[in-house]
Every structure is written in C-alpha cells, then in structure tokens.
Design a binder for this molecule. Sequence first.
Ligand code: RFL
Ligand code: PHB
Length: 389
Amino acid sequence: MRTQVAIIGAGPAGLLLSHLLAQGGVESVVLETRSEEYVAARIRAGILEHSSVELLEAAGLGGRIRTEGDHHRGIYLQWPGERHHLDFVDLAGRSVWVYGQTEVQKDLIAARKADDQEVHYEVSDVSLHDVTSDRPFVTFTDSSGATQRLDCAVIAGCDGSFGPSRHAVPAAQKFEKVYPYSWFGILADVAPSTDELIYAWHPNGFALHSMRSATVSRLYLQVPNGTDPASWSDDRIWDELATRLGHGQNGWKLNPGPITDKSVLPMRSYVQTPMRHGNLYLAGDAAHIVPPTGAKGLNLAIADVALLSKALIASLVDRNQSLADRYSDDAQRRVWRCTHFSWWMTTMLHTSGDPFDAELQLSQLRWVATSRAGATGLAENYAGLPIGY
Ligand code: RFL
Ligand code: PHB
C-alpha cells in the first residue's frame, strides 16, 4: 500500500487531519487499533472552544454543532456560600459550545465515510520505520490477520498517549506532572440542574456540573487516586455532589437521576518536545496530556491539527517546507499556554488537605471571580486563544 500521509490513530486528531488534508488535495490512510463502534462511543471531553467551532465549521463539520450543541456564554465559579458567573462574551468577546467528543467523533467518521476515506480499524502490531528517511513506512497486522506495509512521504502520529509514535522520537525532552487526585465522572439521564457549567471548590474536594444535552448531565468529583468506581453507591455519589455543589444554597437544587456510566480518570500534565522527528509529526495526546479542569485536551488536538494540516499541504502540494519546519515550535507555544492554564485551574480548585493551600485557593478564587482583570484572564484562556496564537 502507498499513500502520501500515513495517519496512526482515528481519534479526533487523526480523523480531522485526514479530513483537512483531503480538502487540501493530500491523500492519507488511517490506521486504528480499536473498532469503529468503540471509537465512536468513547465518553470523553465535552467543551469546544470558539476557535475549534470556527475551524470545524470552515471544514464543513459544523452542522450538528449549531443544531444539537449548546452555546454557553461562560461558567460559574463557586465555593461554599458563593456562586459567581463569569461571562466570557462580555469579558473576552468569545464563547464556548457544549458538544461531546463522541459527537465530534461521529461527525468525523460520517464525513470520512462520505469521502471514501481508507480507515483500517482493529489493526495491531503497528510499527514505524525509517522516519528520518524520505521513504518512511508503517507495518501492521490488519483485522484479517494479514501483515501489511504502508509506504508514505510522511507519518502523522495521532495515536494518543498510549500509541507507539511518541516513542519513535529519540532524545525527546519530556515534562511530566502527576496530580495526587483523580476525577470520578458520571453520566446521568437527568436534565442539567444548571444552565452553564459549575466549577466548585469545596473542603471535601472539587466538583464539576457539566452536561451533554437537555436530558443528559455529566458530573465529576475529585477523589483519591486508585478509587474504585464500584465502591461508590449511586446514593453516595449524589449526596456528595449535592454537598460540594451547594444544594439548598440560595434555593438552588441538584436534581439526581439514573446513572448510566461511572469512570475514574487519573490526572496528569505531560509535554513532549519536539513534535517532529524527520518525516514523523506528532499531534494531540500523542505529544501532550492536560488534566481536564481547563477543558483543553480535545481543543489542543484540534489546534495542532489545524497547524499540521496547513504545514503538510504546503510541503506536499506546494513543495514549501517553511511551515513544516516551524510546526513543532508553533504548536508548542499553544501547548504550553494550555498546559499552564490547565495546571492553574486544577491547582486552584482541587483541595490538598493543607489549610494554608485552602486559604490561598479561596483568596485566588475571590480575586478571579470579582476582579475584571482576574476574570478576563480566565475567560480568555477558557474560551480559547485564536488558532494562530
Ligand atoms: P485520542 O482520542 O486518544 O485518539 C488516539 C487514537 O489512537 C488510537 N491508537 C492507535 N491506533 C493505531 N495504532 C496504535 N498502536 C494505536 N494506539 C492508540 C486510539 O485507539 C485512539 O483512537 O487522541 P487525540 O485524537 O489526540 O484526541 C485527544 C482527546 O481525545 C483528548 O485530549 C481528550 O479526550 C482528553 N480528555 C478529556 N479532555 C477534556 O478536555 N475533558 C474531558 O472531560 C476529558 N475526558 C479525556 C477524558 C481523555 C481520556 N483518556 C484519553 C483516557 C477522558 C478520558 C478517559
Ligand atoms: C465534560 O463535560 O466532560 C467536561 C467539561 C468541562 C471540563 C471537563 C470535562 O473542564
């Protein structure tokens, strides 16, 4: 088999890259270890930044975001006794959309199918070869058990944090921070109890009220690392969410409902640089991971791919290497901004048990929620900087 760009991974980064490349006249083949059904059903992120929505719309992928997504002007920040609304439109002239990653993934799968894109699902033994030569190739075992070789001009490593691509960059510099807590996430068949997301600091730990639609809520609790989701009954989950989210304060009520999914997500920050080695380019979680508190993971993957697709089209169609040569540096600028913002939101909102830390967090929350300067910094980062930042 031969193609111009071998894309490893059919998550949002890989499928969006193949879509944008096709629009620029570059062909690709996508390899994915999981099944199409598994990839389409994974429950992950829920918030799209302003620039992500603009990019998806410009790529012809915005139809369902407008009809089924939910436009949010901002978020609520709260701590015991106080809830403050931050209006991003007013503060930063930008907003966000609630539109689940599962829906983005379904839109991408449908668009690639409509284009007859070659995607090989359920492959195994994916290996990258000769990435610094001008004839790199990928070998893999296809779903029928046959060994295959895919020759290409460029390999795009979009295979997330557990894929092989990041390990094919020798001497990469790696930065990592592991947090001493995890998120316990639930999905529930109940109307959200709030019009916009609530990020809550509480002495028992952080809680977040998010949503997926008018009838589906998504909520999270800070829990110790290693927590077994089965060790929490549904009643205990709703009781703890009610406590941390302030049920009963100023007449606000949290409506419980049937829980349809429970999972525990460990939190870490990870950045690997450079994001290019010869003819191998990394994008999305393959190069960096952020804790979910800033809602940045999916948006950062989209922003990488916006830069990478332009760079590869310039290189493969116009024979102009300048964007490809700058790709890693350009992408890293935004990666570090989002890495800092995600770390900042995480450390401001998650409790450590240390009373000194708690007072600093509350002081910072009061400043962010009540000073226009403080609130604008949060709004600008949360609603997202322009793609070319
Ligand atoms: P993905 O989505 O992980 O896609 C990578 C794809 O590569 C495949 N793969 C391979 N394919 C071929 N060969 C191999 N050897 C391969 N190894 C792996 C995988 O099966 C997968 O299909 O990365 P991508 O495209 O870079 O997209 C990034 C986003 O998915 C990610 O940043 C966010 O979902 C992160 N994230 C969250 N972000 C948020 O902003 N808010 C959240 O609530 C949130 N929840 C989450 C998350 C990530 C999670 N993961 C990765 C554990 C919840 C979870 C559980
Ligand atoms: C979600 O809806 O899953 C979600 C929303 C905001 C976050 C993280 C996750 O910061």
